[in-house]
Design a protein. Structure first.
Length: 408
């Protein structure tokens, strides 16, 4: 698919905002499917006779494969209508969730999670470049926020939804519920998404060119640090809340829902601010994700402290997807699909790295080690965000014809 709007054929959606919402629901469906095991790790591990750390592969495996599949799908799609690709991937997602619900062993489950990685990489990468094709130019920012708001909402709501269903009906019904939801989203796509033809294809050369962009490089490094640090801890949030903060298991679902709502608030706040103050938004997010594990070490050993910190955590992480994607779009305004594919790739490598390293540390050191490791990665992210701010400040002051600008 072309990376420039001038190379795309015109698209006329009869109900453009409904179409944008449908794409947002697609990203919500696939990311929720990816995140679903986070709130269900202990019961899944027990049911399938494996350790909690090994069960963490249900997060890291599809994330790692999504990193590979995202650019591959963009390149391999060639001139195929993007509507067909999205609908095909959503259909596969339905099948994958059914297979997960029926999994008799961890090997079966991990095989299904491989296909989740394929769906994740493909849907997220294709969806990222569609805003400009569905709405007028002056509305692209809002449309992009809605599409990636699906990612943010799934990241913060998918876990408590799965935990709630798992607590009341069992973890298999959580996957069955996602199969039904994905089928409904597929039906909506078939009804409201217009044809999305393309006139040219992305090449490996275009990926190489964009990787040479300094701004894109910094954005990808920041993505790696923020997301990896988050998932080193959040993959094991249930044992964290129960073992460190002392909550009983019946409170976990409610706590994760509160986390989710805080994340939605963070997503909208970041979406509004990031359009004009992108670097400041990323600096604030990095600070929040550093304070969370540090304060958990200090005051997280009580119900009150752990509950309050979970809300701060959700508020900070809720802005990650829209904040980082806004930076990527500004870094590569003429190559949004390529930038999105690279972003999706690094984002999911970070999820895989975080879940894997977190599981390793959990099994060998314990949750205190996870907290320190997450704090270390958040510190790296904070330094990168601070560097972005300082670089922009120096660049603004170097322009003698313009007044000094603050970090944006």
């Amino acid at each position: 698919m072309s990376t420039s709007s001038s190379e795309l054929t015109a698209t006329s959606a009869q109900h453009p905002w409904l179409a944008v919402s449908a794409v947002g629901l697609a990203t919500f469906s696939v990311v929720t499917t990816e995140m679903l095991p986070v709130g269900l790790l202990p019961p899944i591990a027990e049911s399938l006779n494996t350790s909690t750390g090994t069960a963490g592969l249900m997060i890291s495996l599809p994330a790692l494969l999504a990193a590979f599949f995202a650019p591959l799908v963009v390149i391999a799609s060639g001139g195929i209508d993007r509507r067909r690709i999205l609908c095909g991937l959503l259909g596969l997602l339905v099948i994958v969730n059914i297979a997960s619900a029926l999994a008799p062993s961890m090997a079966w489950m991990l095989a299904a999670r491989v296909l989740v990685g394929f769906c994740m990489g493909g849907i997220w990468a294709i969806a990222g470049g569609l805003a400009g094709r569905l709405v007028a130019a002056h509305s692209v920012g809002l449309a992009t926020s809605i599409i990636f708001g699906g990612v943010a909402a799934a990241s913060v709501l998918g876990v408590p939804l799965g935990a709630l269903i798992g607590d009341y009906a069992g973890w298999r019904w959580a996957f069955a519920g996602m199969a039904l939801f994905s089928a409904l989203v597929l039906a909506l796509h078939l009804a409201v998404i217009p044809g999305l033809p393309v006139t040219s294809s992305v090449t490996m050369r275009q990926f190489a060119q964009q990787l040479g962009s300094r701004k894109l490089q910094v954005g990808l490094l920041l993505t790696l640090a923020l997301v990896a640090g988050h998932f080193m801890l959040f993959t094991y949030v249930r044992p964290l809340l129960m073992s460190v903060s002392g909550f009983d298991s019946q409170w976990v679902s409610a706590l994760l829902f509160a986390y989710g709502f805080a994340g939605i608030v963070g997503n909208f706040l970041a979406g509004v601010i990031a359009a004009r103050r992108t670097a400041r938004t990323l600096l604030a997010i990095s600070t929040g994700l550093l304070l969370t594990p540090v304060l958990f070490l200090l005051i997280g050993n009580s119900n009150l402290g752990g509950g309050m910190l979970l809300l701060v955590w959700g508020l900070a992480y809720g802005g990650v997807s829209v904040g980082l994607m806004t930076w990527m779009m500004k870094a590569a305004p003429g190559a949004v699909e390529v930038a999105t594919a690279l972003y999706v790739g690094v984002f999911n490598v970070a999820i895989a790295l975080g879940a894997w390293a977190g599981g390793l540390v959990l099994d060998k050191v314990g949750l205190t080690g996870n907290l320190w490791l997450a704090a270390g990665f958040a510190t790296i992210a904070l330094l990168l965000a601070l560097g972005i701010c300082l670089a922009e400040h120096r660049a603004a002051n170097a322009d003698v014809d313009s007044p000094p600008l603050q970090c944006q």
